[in-house]
Design a protein around this ligand. Structure first.
Ligand SMILES: [Zn+2]
Length: 610
């Protein structure tokens, strides 16, 4: 029987969504779309669909007979939140279009230096490049800017490739700049021939002073022939590191300091991860990137800053070499994840000082770290898209990443009972032989049922135990109600429950490991308001031990947080034994976790978030 209060609540909900539907669709609400909205928003009412349908059918004629102005006024009164929601629905959901983008002709690139693992900032840059290439049915290129031999590692190239694949941002093409060195030399020689570059042996200190004073050094007056001679010697390895560079003839009075006689080639003697000792003359980033963007046919380049002084230099290099047209630049906001450094400059010392466990530490915003923690590619891309909608520098909080991730995994993640820091509870009069049967996910019964046989002994979380008063009834979730009668007892003293002597050694040892023990009594099965606590049977055959790593923010106010990683141990119900490495599930009332390892019949998991 439907009670009166409930039908009143239903009427209110029906009226609210009927009005909303009428306001959205020219004053005429429709039965089908009102029903869909209610069933979608209030899952708990799905079992009452018939009653609701009847209400909707009765309400619609009344609402539709009102004028649009009256409908709006009424909706504002009873459910202003729905109007606000409508405003937010009007926010852009797609990134802005590109300038001068031709369908099928757009070519974008993601061009990391392979000197560290991919992090969330890289992922966003790659996401935008990939997104626009797809949107215009163009090409997405991965290019490794490996021109600093001391820094580059093939393992980092692999890390980027793997992370891109995991993110679903596979490139259509790949280029490695160090294989193009002869081409870059050729372009340098063109500049020399045109008297647009000269070799220089000034120390960097001297040059620093000259540039500040807007004065040219004596080497600037060399003829192209003289420069070419020195250049040949550079190529032949006749100079040591720091002894000779090639400078671009820029403008020593230029207001953009980057344009004042910049170095474009320098001697570097380190062995390169791919080229070995083959080259000792390496281009600087701007020169290599400028030429490569032209050579690769890049049409659009994403940048995270409106005021990038390097664009001018790169455009100049292409211009004097006749490499036109210039690529279009599109901007997205600079961003920062609060408390989580992304740059390799900050991460490397954390690793070497042992403050984090490696590039894949779950507190880091490296792609490996995020993945290990249980953050999904879809969540990372959703955050990127949100950033892409704004051009303002943005500080994002972990909570934004977590919220996006929760939205995505909530329906995918099956539910399990996990008892952290367990307390042993002996339920004296428990109905024996009861088997609890619960679906793996309440919204998807097809996924199956997990079964837990129950006996007289249970485990419950210490946190709940501390809050439970003696004689206060609570529910072992999805099972039955009990009352704690005695807390902090010793079940294995002289009043040891008789039943224990019938247990085998393994079972006895299992029970005796718990420091906190309590006695309870069974009351009934009726579902009532009050605490509902997850539990497991206190039985080694019906549980699996679990160790959970729980990450916190790594830096607070710029200081390393010593308590940024907690480890909690406990037991999960037997069904969790079937979980595989990489699975993301929800431990009820504890959080979403990703299985990191299975070791000696134990689950090692990471908590992504609550
Ligand atoms: Zn000089």
């Amino acid at each position: 029987m439907v009670d009166v209060v409930e039908i009143d609540e239903i009427r209110e909900i029906v009226r609210k969504y009927t009005l909303d539907n009428a306001v959205k669709y020219d004053g005429k609400a429709q039965v089908k779309s009102v029903m869909q909205k209610i069933m979608g928003t209030h899952k708990e009412l799905r079992s009452r669909a018939k009653v609701i349908l009847k209400e909707v059918e009765q309400t619609i004629p009344k609402i539709n007979s009102l004028s649009p102005a009256e409908q709006l006024k009424e909706l504002k009164k009873i459910a202003p939140e729905l109007l606000e929601q409508e405003d937010s629905d009007k926010r852009p959901t797609e990134l802005p279009p590109l300038e001068n983008a031709l369908e099928g002709k757009v070519k974008t690139r993601y061009a990391p230096e392979p000197n560290g693992d991919m992090h969330i900032g890289h992922a966003f840059t790659a996401f935008f490049a990939h997104y626009y290439a797809q949107r215009y049915e163009g090409t997405f290129l991965l290019r490794f800017e490996d021109t600093n031999p001391a820094q580059e590692r093939t393992e980092f190239m692999d890390a980027h490739r793997e992370s891109l694949a995991w993110l679903g941002l596979e490139p259509d093409e790949e280029v490695i700049v160090s294989y193009d060195l002869p081409f870059l030399y050729e372009k340098a020689e063109k500049l020399i021939e045109k008297d647009l570059a000269y070799t220089c042996s000034c120390t960097s200190d001297t040059m620093h002073t000259y540039r500040n004073e807007e004065k040219l050094c004596k080497h600037a007056s060399a003829t192209p022939e003289e420069t070419l001679q020195t250049w040949e010697k550079m190529l032949a390895g006749k100079f040591d590191e720091g002894d000779m560079v090639l400078r671009l003839r820029g403008d020593i009075h230029h207001k953009n300091a980057v344009m004042r006689e910049p170095v474009i080639f320098t001697i570097r003697k380190d062995s390169h991860c791919l080229q070995g000792e083959k080259y000792n003359l390496w281009p600087l980033y701007d020169f290599a990137a400028a030429i490569e963007d032209y050579k690769c046919g890049i049409t659009h380049i994403g940048r995270s800053s409106e005021f990038d002084t390097r664009i001018e230099l790169q455009n100049y290099i292409r211009e004097v070499l006749g490499m036109l047209p210039q690529p279009e630049i599109f901007h997205f906001a600079r961003f920062n994840v609060i408390g989580s450094p992304a740059s390799k400059r900050k991460i490397k010392p954390l690793i070497s000082e042992g403050k984090v466990e490696g590039w894949d530490d779950i507190r880091l915003v490296t792609i490996k770290g995020l993945r290990k923690r249980g953050i999904t590619p879809a969540a990372i891309k959703a955050v990127a898209k949100e950033i892409g909608m704004t051009t303002q520098p943005t500080n994002i909080d972990w909570s934004l990443i977590e919220a996006k991730n929760r939205q995505i995994i909530d329906s995918q993640a099956n539910r399990y009972f996990f008892v952290p820091n367990p307390v042993l509870v002996y339920v004296k009069n428990a109905p024996e032989g009861l088997i609890s049967e619960i679906p793996l996910h309440p919204d998807f019964p097809d996924r199956g049922i997990k079964k837990q046989p129950t006996g007289l002994f249970f485990l419950i979380p210490n946190k709940d135990y501390l809050e439970l008063a003696i004689e206060k009834e609570f529910r072992l979730k999805d099972l039955y109600n009990i009352i704690l009668t005695d807390k902090e007892v010793n079940l294995f003293g002289k009043n040891e429950p008789e039943v224990i002597s019938s247990f085998d050694k393994e079972q006895q040892a299992f029970l005796k490991q718990f420091k906190h023990q309590a006695i309870a009594k069974y009351t009934d099965e009726e579902l009532k308001p009050g605490p509902k606590i997850q539990w497991t049977a206190a039985d080694p055959r019906e549980t699996i031990p679990v160790e959970v790593k729980i990450p916190e923010v790594l830096f607070i106010d710029g200081k390393y947080n010593k308590n940024s990683l907690h480890v909690t141990t406990g037991f999960a119900e037997k069904a969790a034994t079937n979980l595989q490495v990489g699975d993301i599930v929800q431990f009820e009332r504890f959080g979403f976790i990703r299985v990191d390892q299975k070791k000696d019949n134990k689950l090692l998991v990471n908590r992504a978030h609550k």
